[in-house]
Design a protein around this ligand. Structure first.
Ligand code: GLU
Length: 436
């Protein structure tokens, strides 16, 4: 049997990471098994399913590389098929017409659940059951003539030949009903895989109050598509070895539904940010430079025609530190302007203490005449000055970092000094001394 899966979002505006995670798992499963990945837009709520909301879904999928194997199916265009299925269920006696409110406004079509234990085998959660006494009938066509979600969802999955329904576990309750609908329509139910919920640090459903929750937000914050893709693939699934940083191809090769675990997946933005840094370092150099340049330009720190070689050296110096292109200006802006701000807290802590002004003066004097201005020479020189003055070199390391960058953290000090170059370093120490 060749696999056919679908992502079936109800467009509501922005695309929540929990929703797109379902798309990612479907896509990975289809690509791993050589099957088809389809898209069905469940747009029957005309108020919420605006063209913008649909576009947000398509954009998010496009950005993450979730390519589909056929034209999207718009559920709103399938109304006739849904109503025909309701007629068929009425003919078979599996559904009845009922005047629900007794208002005489028209009859709804109600599906009659078989009065027996409802059950199905979930690939992730195992056998799931619902007691016969908890099984209730439900409306499939409202008295206003509109088919409801359950009917459309099942009829469309049958028509699209869906073999596996992979969706969030908020749908487990629906699935008991859906399985009965498949059977009543004479169709074999697909296999079901309900994905564990995505939760915050407190174990509550992850929402926008926990930080970014929508795909578009992560994109705007400068996250890479491959990093978000990788992170969400690990929300509920693991490759079974200790790999974490994986490309989409590696994920495709390793993905199986059997390795999805049933317990909720906790979102940790710090981890995602770390992962972004790992992906960033794997990008081609030209792309990395472009990402950094863009953020510098957005902050007025880069103009066309500036020294590219210098940028390359700064980006290299930042290597391990930079996790997001959008952090470039905040973390490395001082490389590109003399008007960098000083972090007052670190100024107090590292500079405003006895002996530091004298130490910086001595370092400046040594560095002004250093034969070659390299990281190694700078390190030797700093240590020699510290020893000569009977001061712990760490004091001078911290002090000179703040003096030339205004910051308490950054790339390795000596590399940073070398990249900045003698002229900038001396000028900045002079300026700092003027402040002390
Ligand atoms: N449109 C529904 C949702 O977004 C159904 C999903 C499904 O069956 O996969 O939750």
């Amino acid at each position: 049997m060749s696999v056919r899966v679908r992502f079936a979002p109800s467009p509501t505006g922005q695309v929540h990471i929990g929703n797109i995670r379902a798309a990612i798992f479907n896509w990975l499963f289809a690509r791993h098994s050589g099957g088809k990945f389809l898209l069905r837009i469940e747009d029957t709520d005309r108020e919420r399913s605006t063209p913008e909301a649909v576009k947000a879904v398509l954009d998010a999928m496009d950005w993450l590389g979730l390519n589909v194997d056929d034209e999207p199916v718009y559920q709103s265009s399938r109304r006739e098929a849904h109503l025909a299925a309701a007629e068929e269920l009425l003919r078979r006696g599996a559904a009845v017409r009922e005047d629900k409110g007794g208002t005489g406004k028209g009859e709804a079509v109600v599906f009659r659940m078989p009065k027996e234990t409802a059950e199905f085998e979930d690939i992730i959660k195992g056998r799931l059951q619902k007691d016969a006494k908890d099984v209730t009938d439900f409306v499939i066509v409202r008295s206003d003539g509109n088919p409801v979600f359950h009917l459309g969802n099942v009829v469309d999955d049958i028509q699209m030949g869906i073999t596996h329904v992979i969706r969030g576990d908020d749908h487990v309750e629906n699935t008991f009903r859906h399985v009965a609908l498949y059977r009543a329509l004479g169709a074999t139910p697909p296999r079901f895989a309900h994905l564990p919920m995505i939760v915050n640090a407190q174990g509550k459903p992850y929402s926008k109050r926990d930080g970014a929750a929508f795909v578009g937000e992560f994109r705007e914050k400068g996250f890479l598509a491959d990093a978000l893709f990788n992170y969400l693939a690990l929300c509920g699934w693991s490759p079974g070895d200790d790999r974490e940083v994986m490309s989409p191809d590696e994920l495709v090769a390793a993905f199986t539904l059997e390795r999805v675990h049933p317990s909720p997946a906790q979102v940790d933005l710090t981890k995602l940010t770390w992962m972004n840094g790992e992906h960033l370092r794997r990008r081609p150099v030209a792309e990395r430079l472009a990402g950094c340049r863009a953020d510098l330009a957005a902050h007025g720190l880069w103009r066309e025609g500036q020294d590219e070689g210098y940028l390359v050296r700064v980006v290299e110096a930042m290597a391990e530190r930079l996790k997001l292109y959008t952090d470039m200006a905040a973390q490395a802006g001082f490389f590109f302007t003399e008007e960098f701000p000083y972090d007052d807290k670190v100024v107090q802590k590292r500079l405003k203490k006895p002996g530091i002004a004298e130490g910086l003066t001595a370092l400046r004097a040594a560095w002004a005449v250093l034969p070659i201005f390299t990281a190694t020479a700078l390190e030797e020189s700093l240590k020699a000055v510290a020893v000569a003055r009977g001061v712990n070199p760490a004091e001078y390391i911290h002090a000179s970092r703040v003096a030339v960058s205004g910051l308490g953290v950054g790339p390795g000090l000596y590399v940073m000094l070398e990249v900045l170059g003698r002229e900038r370093v001396c000028k900045r120490i002079d300026r700092t001394l003027g402040m002390l």
